[in-house]
Design a protein around this ligand. Structure first.
Ligand code: FES
Length: 276
């Protein structure tokens, strides 16, 4: 079993407060809240953002990049765009010394998704009662380990009845119609279609060499630059638009500016994801 490593003295971290520590080669965000210490991976599971640089409110840390929130007691993801927990670790406080033991993914309850109401895991009471934020620096997250589900082979197209699809593909080609067709393509992790997620930025048309048909250009973004479902979403986007009888070809351009944020989602998407 991994051992505990001393990472700080109790007095080093104000309450409430947070610091970045290194444990056995891992970058860990250490929190001190209401007399207890908690430790989680300093990695946002959305796209590797450095959690310790985010805003700490009670037992919640907000990723500074796109705003996903995590429970510092369990690592549970509490809000979009993160949907997977970050890993929580064991903490021990003894004689004013704070130690952390690294947990392996899936090795215990704190490594699994859990609601914010789950009791603290691996935290013990400390003695400091200072105020203020003692965040100590940031770090490069470009090589961070961002655990992600393997979605490359997922089917990201929702089932439409043949009648519904035929009805759409014979209607007059327009931006609205293309967006309606694209609602058949769903993000495989969130199970929400890419239109309601706000991933479609622009749809434009130009005449194809065969003058009876159109070339369709679609500007599309991803919830993160390293979205593992990206290639599948692009392929499905092309495929569903190509089903229209007046479409000669489809070009999909991936644009990351402006970056996607959760407020681009429609109310329907928010309802489906339980975000209010
Ligand atoms: S990297 Fe944390 S919310 Fe996107």
């Amino acid at each position: 079993m991994p051992e505990f490593f001393h990472v700080a003295d109790v007095a080093d971290v104000s309450d409430p407060g947070k610091i970045l520590v290194e444990v056995d080669g891992e970058m860990i965000a250490l929190f001190h809240v209401s007399g207890s210490f908690y430790a989680i991976d300093d990695v946002c599971t959305h796209d590797g953002g450095p959690l310790v640089d985010g805003e700490l409110q009670d037992y919640t840390i907000a990723c500074p990049r796109h705003g996903a929130k995590f429970d510092i007691r369990t690592g549970a993801a509490l809000s979009m765009p993160a949907i997977r927990p970050t890993l929580a670790h064991d903490v021990n406080v003894e004689n004013g010394s704070v130690s952390v033991r690294i947990r392996e993914p899936g090795s215990g309850p704190s490594g699994n998704p859990a609601p914010a109401s789950v009791p603290a895991v691996g935290a013990v009471h400390a003695v400091s009662s200072q105020k203020g934020d003692t965040t100590t620096g940031s770090h490069d997250t470009t090589s961070a380990n961002t655990t992600s589900a393997n979605t490359t082979s997922a089917n990201t197209t929702s089932a439409n009845t043949p009648t519904e699809t035929q009805s759409l593909t014979s209607q007059t080609l327009s931006e609205d119609l293309v967006r309606e067709l694209l609602k058949q393509v769903k993000d495989p992790e969130l199970f929400v279609n890419i239109v309601d997620l706000g991933l479609i930025y622009d749809v434009s048309f130009s005449q194809a060499p065969d003058k009876s048909k159109q070339l369709v250009s679609i500007d599309m973004t991803m919830t993160s630059p390293a979205c593992p479902a990206g290639p599948q979403l692009i392929a499905d986007t092309k495929r569903v638009v190509n089903t229209h009888e007046k479409v000669a070809d489809v070009e999909v351009r991936i644009v990351m500016e402006p970056p996607w944020t959760p407020d681009r989602m429609t109310d329907d998407a928010r309802d489906q994801l339980g975000i209010f």
